[in-house]
Design a protein around this ligand. Sequence first.
Ligand SMILES: CC(=O)SCCNC(=O)CCNC(=O)[C@H](O)C(C)(C)COP(=O)(O)OP(=O)(O)OC[C@H]1O[C@@H](n2cnc3c(N)ncnc32)[C@H](O)[C@@H]1OP(=O)(O)O
Ligand SMILES: O=C([O-])CC(=O)C(=O)O
Length: 376
Amino acid sequence: MTEYSKGLAGVIANESALSEVRGEEGKLSYVGYEIDDLVAHCSYEEVVFLLHHGKLPNAEELTAFEKALRAERSLPEGVIEFLKSAPKEANPMDILRTGVSMLGLYDDRAEIGEPDLENVAACAISLVSKVSLIVAAFHRFRQGLELPEIRADLSEAGHFLWLITGEEPTARATEILDVALTLHADHGMNASTFSARVTVATLSDIYSAVTSAVGTLKGPLHGGANEGVIQMLLEIGELDKVDAYVDGKLERKEKIMGIGHRVYRTLDPRAPHLRKLAIQLTEELGEPKWIQMSERIAEIMRERKNLNANVDFYSATVYYSLGIPTDLFTPIFGIARTSGWTAQVLEQLRDNRLYRPLTLYIGPKEPVPVPPIEQR
Ligand SMILES: CC(=O)SCCNC(=O)CCNC(=O)[C@H](O)C(C)(C)COP(=O)(O)OP(=O)(O)OC[C@H]1O[C@@H](n2cnc3c(N)ncnc32)[C@H](O)[C@@H]1OP(=O)(O)O
Ligand SMILES: O=C([O-])CC(=O)C(=O)O
């Protein structure tokens, strides 16, 4: 039988100078900068600039870039109307997917065909800025609240917290969300980035690409796992119930959310940053049980399956401890990853080739006659 790679595992489909996922070592870098250094020394905005421009900004470039992002803090009236009229119980990822798609309707620069890369880059900045507004506005409207005033004095992380709560964000919460956004910004040819690149490689537009990507991120085997983790922790409830819960899951051959990775053979390098924050936050809140339960789950999975925590495992406890509603966890991942998706779309367009792999056909080999409908 012909060999093929189920799920394209191990297949190299393109070249990229953006993020390098070193699976065996458990290392991640963006444009050559190690993720640990970026977390220690750079803001999320600097990381977005890095992904979009292939270099870190100097002070002047950063100020101009932040200004450009903040100038995009508005939504077309049609999108606002949609967000106000959408079902309150809708999944915010569906809202984000539809909202991004609608943004394309209102942007004349979103053209199909041979791209004008300057236009695409301008749309990319607009998207990075507007995705957090879509998520925050829906969250406010579904509670019957208005969106707080749009501000230009807050960072991307701080502004999102301001918009969802209507309260001045603390420096600490802003810093923590900023780190989370940096950690989630880009990650090689992950499933949602692949979707974005496949879409734009047909010379469709960037809004269509990001719409595909949001739909792909939503699934529980990808970005949706962070919501799966918090649901699991809430369902287990107490530390002494963890072992029985995991035993049951493994016996039934069910997946433990936030564990395992297609590329990392060891710990996901983003997980220790989020673990550290989760430990600090749960201690400060006097709610250490969430991290204690997580630690026990991770320990069992390492011992029994040789599988490690991925980025979604501890981010769930971090967001929960910040008081963020659980159904916004995956949208926050989407907000961060929009920086990577858009950078990858630009990279794809700079050296484009249509993605079109093959299928190993396993259906009937001989021609099958079509029987008349009454005989089927
Ligand atoms: C941001 C991100 O997208 S990170 C990933 C987020 N997704 C999750 O956390 C969901 C849970 N994890 C998973 O489903 C998987 O580990 C994936 C989807 C991330 C990777 O999948 P794949 O590379 O296709 O690995 P696959 O699912 O084939 O797993 C290999 C083996 O490990 C097992 N395994 C993998 N992950 C888990 C898990 N979380 N819980 C239990 N068993 C697992 C599989 O059952 C399989 O066992 P088997 O060989 O005995 O059949
Ligand atoms: O790379 C992957 O397959 C999934 C992942 O961790 C990510 O997208 O951040």
